[in-house]
Write a protein that binds this ligand. Structure first.
Ligand SMILES: *[C@@H]1O[C@H](CO)[C@@H](O)[C@H](O)[C@H]1NC(C)=O
Ligand SMILES: [Ca+2]
Length: 336
């Protein structure tokens, strides 16, 4: 009996440990770290109308009890929604649940949604209804290809960091200034579509969940990104000659629990200039058909290490399996 108990408790500890590993690795979506003051959730109580509301909206934005419609499926609409509370978190993850849908056939719809973390809020302009020369981070969910010469499949998701010196080039879908991106079939889906933006320790990661499998797929992952604290989260959308309903269902901001060195802690994070230290200039994207910086081929060393890890994993599994099997044998012997 003692043996069984010991075995069960070991198994339990092992299971908890595994679960922990899995949880820590995946998105830190714990409710306790959800920051309500930076989140927009159903039924959007007081949004826009109440003076205590933490979200402002402008333009064509319509707030209902089950979605926030930035633009309806009509031509030449511009709408946005902005958090009124500046964000002072150093490490965060924003989850956006959204829906882009409309009556337009393939390639006859536009223009898309942009998610912002910027110095200025409610600053209208030509980029998905926002200012083209912004300070901070933008993630574009671009549903219409403005560039006839492009070889990309749209909708296309891309990210840009700007210190106010570069203008997003709408005619080229921002290709010359983008940090990375991916294609994603987000339009007219039956199920909900999600985007996650994580910024932690200088690393920017964008993930999408659009296949209704409840799992994140990596879209952008780059290091060397510097963003200050004290900026505002927002979302905006625009339609032109072509249109779509651009709906935000929720924006949930999670604080990530990350240790920083004392030196980092003592910095004034509000004074950081948005920047990216890239190995090559974003302009090189033009020659790179995928516009992707991550695509380094597996070198011999990496393959060797991967194989070694796999081998070690198999050995560990075999040993654990053998021990468990033996324990069971002993137990069986005792019972008979
Ligand atoms: C802004 O970025 C550009 C390059 O993108 C750089 O040349 C310039 O020095 C930066 N300005 C500031 C104030 O950091
Ligand atoms: Ca576009």
């Amino acid at each position: 009996m003692e043996n069984i108990r010991a075995f069960l408790s070991t198994a339990f500890v092992f299971l908890v440990f595994e679960l922990c590993l899995v949880c820590c690795d995946i998105t830190d979506g714990n409710a306790e770290h959800l920051k309500r003051e930076h989140s927009l959730m159903k039924p959007y109580q007081g949004v826009g109308s109440s003076p205590t509301s933490q979200w402002d909206f402008s333009g064509s934005t319509l707030v209902t009890s089950s979605y926030v419609r930035l633009t309806p499926d009509e031509r030449s609409k511009q709408g946005s929604i902005w958090n009124t509370v500046p964000c002072y978190l150093k490490d965060w993850e924003m989850h956006v649940q959204f829906k882009v849908h409309g009556s337009g056939k393939k390639n006859l719809h536009g223009d898309g949604i942009a998610i912002w973390y910027t110095k200025d809020r409610l600053h209208p302009g030509p980029v998905f209804s926002n200012n083209a020369v912004f300070h901070g981070l933008a993630v574009f969910i671009d549903t219409y290809s403005n560039d006839d010469a492009t070889d990309r499949s749209f909708p296309y998701i891309s990210a840009m960091v700007n210190n106010g010196s570069v203008s997003y080039d709408h005619g080229k879908d921002g290709r010359s200034s983008e940090l990375g991106g991916c294609s994603a079939e987000i339009r007219n889906r039956e199920h909900d579509t999600y985007l996650a933006i994580r910024y932690s320790k200088g690393r920017l990661t964008v993930m999408v969940d659009v296949e209704d499998k409840n799992e994140w797929k990596e879209c952008i992952d780059i290091g060397g990104v510097r963003l200050p604290t004290g900026y505002f989260f927002g979302a905006s959308a625009a339609t032109g000659d072509l249109s779509d309903n651009h709906d935000i269902i929720s924006m949930k901001l999670y604080q990530l629990m990350v240790e920083h060195t004392l030196e980092e802690e003592n910095l004034d994070w509000t004074k950081i200039e948005p920047s990216v230290s890239l190995l090559k200039s974003p302009k090189d994207n033009i020659d790179d058909p995928t516009g992707n910086f991550r695509g380094t081929p597996l070198t011999g060393w990496k393959v060797f290490l991967l194989l070694l890890c796999a081998l070690l994993g198999i050995v560990v599994c075999a040993v654990v399996g053998a021990v468990v099997f033996q324990k069971r044998q002993e137990r069986n012997k005792r019972f008979y």
